[in-house]
Design a protein around this ligand. Structure first.
Ligand code: ADP
Ligand code: ZN
Ligand code: ZN
Length: 690
């Protein structure tokens, strides 16, 4: 055997539910970060080369040859490989399950390269299509550089502080809604570009507010050039995503604007990361790799030594705590950028008040007064449908789902009504009489957005009433149409769920009425008050951005609750201090670190039996100094969904490294438990909802 025939052993990450790494033989060295097509079982897969090794680690005769090296994309940079490796290890997932899904679809399909019609692979095909399109195209519309306002002193100070960072810094930009955080991001991005670096700007959701996105893209294009901005989100067609992703990886696009998935994009010259609305729960992926894009953004920035800006009006308590103890630099934008008084927040005590269809007379009067002034009113209610449950007045029967431990929600449809399960999607006709006793008087209990819409339309017959929720916006384009009507002043009363809370700037909105906030307060989840505070501040931010003297009225039976008291004072800092003190005394995050083992199976006994066995084995392998606490398995609040019974087991530790070390040993042993058979289970690190 001559020296040239000495085989190269390479490690390859594959998107399969096995730990890996997988060794293959290559005829010549292959750089880490390149993709290869390899045989796996009887299939062929695209894998990511993670390195060359001296020994394959298994019997050489068992090692298979790679099929092809793919070189249509340059090797992905080492810092991207480190990021994926960290994410895989921190969230305890196989490396390939992190790396491969982060690539655009066509780049991970062997058929895109080996098929008869692959024509040089997806990258070549894209380039040819682009050339044709470029020949056919005339100049597109010039990117509109909307006029940039002159920064106010607080914004200037923030921009200067961000620009002064020469290495890693985590910066909390704390500013109320409308304080002009976006301007600060844009200037910070411009600074990074001027230093020859790329910038990554994460936003919670893109499709929700297309107008805002267009404005933002317009401004970014004014900074980075018409082709300098890549937009990445899950709604893109495969070809579009590939084109945008390639532009970033090749350094042609200088700015990436995207949702959480874009955090896993290779950005070779990354110089700044911005996470807007850093507290938003949509930064948490809820399936597969359950990562927090916000947390990974901070890790990535530290790893490559660049600043990361976390912006919010209501930061997560984790982030606030980090600012309080000096780990994060805090910059504040204390006032609204456009001279407008913040809305007056009032609590409407509903104890001892006769509600009319769920609304206090004082709220109805306030609505009437605003309508008389030709101002718009928003009624915020986080519950869609007509009524959350249908009830028999004679025997107490309630509409329940056959497949879930949940009520069926009454929805009014154009023809008749239906009962629908919000958990499994099952739906059925409304019975004419009680299935249990035959009584014909079935009553809707409670109120959803549809019913509030009906009530308000009856009560204010002159007013134009519209509703924005997941039901009224199911058809593509309908959300934009509804929002456009509101912006055009064609709606007087808008009823909406959390869909209306974000982004939109309603110019003529004089009053926000909040119904049923207490339901959000008394959830089992210890983060419920934090979410309620953020959500109501955000809803309040919709009001009076341009009209003076707007108000927010929150109906509650618990006005003395700390979260409400802080809200009426617009006192985030006070709320956070109270919340952190409570968390500290209860030993909850950020003063403890958690992981959640969730299991599901056909029956609860199997689910809980598995979790019990997992706990026992965990007790046995947890360190003797009891740095890790394992709690009892508990059924989920909605225990059965689609005939599957679900339960969870919480693990907690004061030390992140101790928790991580424990999880590593524990998970290996869980997989071997006999009780794991027939049970689907998954681990979530730093769970947001418990
Ligand atoms: P935030 O993101 O903090 O909620 P925005 O960045 O959306 O706030 O700013 C709110 C509004 O104020 C926008 O219409 C923006 O154009 C405007 N604005 C921001 N900074 C200034 C400024 N320095 N002067 C005048 N208007 C500003
Ligand atoms: Zn009955
Ligand atoms: Zn159901």
């Amino acid at each position: 055997m001559s020296a040239a025939d000495v085989p190269c052993w390479i490690h390859v990450a594959l998107d399969v539910p096995l730990a890996g790494p997988f060794a293959y033989r290559a005829p010549a060295p292959v750089a880490a970060g390149l993709r290869v097509i390899v045989p796996f079982g009887r299939r062929q897969l695209v894998g990511m080369v993670t390195g060359t090794v001296a020994e394959p680690g298994i019997d050489e005769s068992l090692v298979r040859d790679i099929v092809q090296v793919l070189e249509d994309v340059p090797p992905l940079p080492p810092d991207w490989l480190r990021l994926a490796t960290f994410a895989a290890s921190y969230y305890h997932r196989p490396l390939g399950e992190v790396m491969l899904p982060a690539l655009p679809g066509p780049l991970r399909k062997p058929s895109a390269y080996l098929g008869k019609r692959s024509a040089g692979g997806p990258v070549d095909r894209l380039a040819r299509r682009r050339r044709k399109a470029a020949e056919a195209a005339t100049d597109g519309p010039p990117s509109q550089a909307a006029d940039a306002p002159v920064l106010n002193p607080a914004q200037q100070a923030a921009v200067a502080a961000i620009g002064a960072q020469t290495g890693f810094a985590a910066i909390l930009l704390h500013g109320v809604t409308g304080s002009g955080k976006t301007e600060v991001y844009l200037h910070a991005v411009a600074q990074a570009l001027a230093r020859g670096r790329q910038a990554l700007l994460l936003v919670p959701e893109i499709n929700l507010t297309p107008q805002l996105q267009q404005a933002l893209v317009g401004r970014l294009q004014a900074i980075a050039g018409p082709h300098g901005v890549a937009v990445l989100h899950s709604g893109l067609a495969e070809g579009e995503r590939l084109a945008a992703w390639l532009a970033v990886v090749r350094g042609e696009a200088r700015v990436v604007l995207g949702t959480r998935l874009s955090l896993l994009t290779p950005v070779p010259e990354l110089g700044l990361i911005v996470v807007d609305e850093e507290h938003d729960t949509s930064y948490k992926q809820q399936e597969g790799l359950r990562y927090s894009a916000r947390d990974l953004a901070v890790w990535r920035a530290r790893d490559i030594g660049v600043p990361v800006v976390l912006g919010s009006a209501t930061p997560s308590l984790e982030t606030w705590h980090n600012a309080e103890r000096g780990h994060y630099l805090r910059l504040a934008l204390p006032a609204r950028a456009v001279a407008a008084t913040p809305p007056d927040m009032r609590l409407l005590d509903t104890r001892n008040v006769r509600l009319q269809e769920g609304m206090a007379p004082a709220l109805l009067d306030a609505i009437e007064a605003r309508l008389a002034q030709r101002q718009q009113v928003l009624v915020f209610l986080n519950r869609r449908g007509y009524a959350p449950v249908l009830n028999c007045t004679a025997c107490g029967w309630v509409s329940g789902c056959q497949h879930c431990s949940a009520y069926l929600v009454l929805h009014r449809a154009r023809v008749g009504s239906v009962l629908r399960c919000h958990h499994c999607g099952a739906h059925e006709r409304v019975p004419r009489s009680c299935p249990d006793c035959g009584n014909q008087d079935l009553q809707p209990m409670g109120r959803g957005t549809q019913r509030v819409e009906e009530v308000l339309a009856e009560r204010f017959p002159e007013a134009r009433v519209a509703r924005i929720d997941a039901d009224s916006t199911r058809l593509k384009g309908s959300a934009e149409r509804l929002f456009a009507q509101v912006h055009a002043g064609e709606v007087d009363i808008l009823i909406g769920t959390q869909m209306v809370a974000k982004g939109h700037d309603f110019r003529n909105l004089g009053l926000v009425g909040v119904l049923n906030a207490d339901a959000m307060l008394f959830s089992q989840d210890f983060r419920a008050p934090e979410r309620l505070f953020a959500q109501l501040m955000q809803v309040a931010g919709r009001a009076g951005r341009h009209t003076g003297g707007s108000e927010v009225i929150i109906q509650t039976g618990y006005p003395e609750q700390a979260v409400y008291q802080a809200l009426v004072r617009h006192d985030y800092a006070g709320f956070a201090a109270h919340g952190l003190a409570e968390r500290r005394s209860a030993g909850l995050p950020p003063f403890a670190h958690q992981a959640l083992l969730t299991a599901e199976a056909g029956d609860l006994a199997a689910t809980v039996g598995f979790l019990g066995a997992a706990r026992d084995i965990g007790e046995a392998c947890s360190p003797p100094d009891a740095a890790v606490t394992l709690y009892d398995p508990v059924p989920l609040r909605v225990v059965r969904v689609n005939n599957v019974e679900r339960a969870q087991l919480l693990v907690e530790s004061g030390s992140r490294p101790a928790l991580q070390a424990f999880l590593r040993t524990w998970l290996a042993r869980i997989a071997e438990l006999p009780a794991a058979r027939g049970v689907r289970w998954q681990l979530e690190v730093d769970p947001l909802e418990i």
